[in-house]
Design a protein around this ligand. Structure first.
Ligand code: IMP
Length: 181
């Protein structure tokens, strides 16, 4: 893994390597395959951040499934705005379906809370949340996060789909903001 990187005005240190991420993705896929055996879930990939996680994870899913995409935005810079804007509707009927929301990171939990509620209102049979990263110290939701890759401290991270003001999504590993930046 490379050393410290700079994106815009901030510096980031290596945090999770490609190998570590690969192991985490494997573990999550095993749990999903167990829980959804015999079912036909609909994955809803939350864009933009979850595209890399979703691509790696879904390749390891061995149950019959469908995949859809939902584009939302609630972050500006390194802070959540608390307001979730849906920018691209899912375009698939979720009524009666077993939904698995695929997210890169659950931070305050606002985004997932709102989307989960929207899916339930639209008549989903069940709605699970699967996230690669979870920040327990930032989480304010009153719902369960069903599948968690790894819990991380409440510090801003980039890479593997996650961005800082548009940059960093292409990095194959995850970096954490450098202390005192
Ligand atoms: P929440 O609604 O506060 O849980 O925020 C979820 C969304 O904020 C995620 O889908 C990410 O796009 C973004 N986000 C939260 N924390 C980070 C971070 O540390 N780095 C990059 N994006 C983040």
């Amino acid at each position: 893994m490379a050393d410290t990187i700079k994106l815009h005005d901030l510096e980031f240190m290596p945090y999770l390597s490609e190998t570590e991420i690969g192991k985490i993705v494997d573990e999550v896929s095993i749990k999903i395959n167990e829980k959804y055996a015999g079912k036909s879930p609909l994955f809803v990939v939350i864009l933009n951040g979850a595209f890399m996680f979703a691509s790696d994870l879904i390749k390891k899913v061995n149950v019959e499934c469908e995949i859809s995409f939902l584009r939302v935005s609630s972050y500006r810079g390194t802070a959540s705005t608390g307001e979730v804007k849906e920018m691209m509707p899912i375009g698939t009927n979720v009524s009666g379906r077993d939904i698995i929301l695929l997210e890169d990171i659950v931070d305050t939990g606002n985004t997932m809370g709102e989307i989960k509620q929207q899916m339930k209102d639209a008549g989903a049979n069940s709605v699970s949340i699967c996230t690669l990263l979870f920040k327990p110290d930032a989480f304010k939701g009153n719902y369960l996060v069903d599948f968690i890759g790894v819990e991380i401290p409440d510090r801003f991270v980039v890479g593997y789909g996650l961005d800082y003001d548009g940059l960093g999504r292409n990095l194959p590993s995850i970096y954490q903001i450098r202390p005192n930046t």
